[in-house]
Design a protein around this ligand. Sequence first.
Ligand SMILES: NC(=O)c1ccc[n+]([C@@H]2O[C@H](COP(=O)([O-])OP(=O)(O)OC[C@H]3O[C@@H](n4cnc5c(N)ncnc54)[C@H](O)[C@@H]3O)[C@@H](O)[C@H]2O)c1
Ligand SMILES: [Zn+2]
Length: 328
Amino acid sequence: MRVLVTGGAGFVGSHVVDALRGCGHEALVFDVREDSGADVRDRAAVGRALVGVDAVCHQAAMVGLGDGVADAAEYVSRNDLGTAVLLAAMAEAGVGRLVLAGSMVVYGEGRYACARHGVVRPGPRVVADLEAGRFEPGCPVCGEALAPGLVGEDAPVDPRNVYATTKLAQEHLAAAWARATGGSAVSLRYHNVYGPRMPRDTPYAGVASFFRSALARGEAPRVFEDGRQRRDFVHVRDVAAANVAALEAGTESGALAVYNAGSGEPRTVGEMAWALAAACGGPEPVVTGEYRLGDVRHITADSARLRAELGWKPRVGFEEGMAEFAAE
Ligand SMILES: NC(=O)c1ccc[n+]([C@@H]2O[C@H](COP(=O)([O-])OP(=O)(O)OC[C@H]3O[C@@H](n4cnc5c(N)ncnc54)[C@H](O)[C@@H]3O)[C@@H](O)[C@H]2O)c1
Ligand SMILES: [Zn+2]
């Protein structure tokens, strides 16, 4: 298969390129970062790149929380206008297969259960609670403590920031494209991806990268809130393999198929900081109680659908992956 990988010079995209080539496919890189400066918003450039292509793996995006609303126009431009231009060009070129880098950020707060009210959706956390160190969202009905659970693909979407909104819009655009063209579209909703080539020291880098950079400077990783916020850390090679599986699968045409792509092994941010500190030989993490408005408390995936339908399973364990990442 000949696959155009947008964002193919980036963190996840470069591993997708490696994985495709490793499986005997042809991978073409399309990225603003490359010498060619290929921008997904450039209709003519996309059209030229699509000649002879069987499928598109769309990783190009502006990532991270960034500067919030100040960056909104740039997020929308790169992520949503970029996706729209790409899809229009695919329709014209007759390229009918798309795999999209989705994100767990579309869910907002994860799935929670109240002992009395069952599954509930807590609203955004308020400053007064966070300032007082009340990090756990309470039941929206009775205010009691909630038990976090795994988020399935059918959970309602609830994007809580600009980036999340643009990632959700990408999916809606892909679904509209699939309906209109009969093409096949898959969104892989990545959870917290980490591993080799993860960007360092940018405001957009993930938390594992911040901790590793601190450790490299001989400083303690600074863990926000109380360190007990739960995430699903999934290794980048596993995410790349999920992309290959999705590209190879003959998914249902005319609709968007959505899959969580997580390790299925929830960990806390504190645990991750400790694992990295141990692998780097210290110093020990410091729990600061700081917070970022817009961060969700817990978000952990149920990735059973991806395992069942695409035959994918994660291969890199948490300890092994973090040790490799620390040593990179
Ligand atoms: N890293 C994660 O934890 C994570 C989690 C969920 C979803 N995602 C998604 O995965 C994808 C890849 O993210 P990443 O972590 O590898 O980030 P990254 O920044 O390393 O890669 C993105 C790449 O896209 C390129 N790009 C940006 N705008 C472009 C444009 N207009 N035209 C062409 N190329 C453009 C960048 O140059 C970069 O190489 C993104 O769609 C992101 O939203 C990542
Ligand atoms: Zn309740």
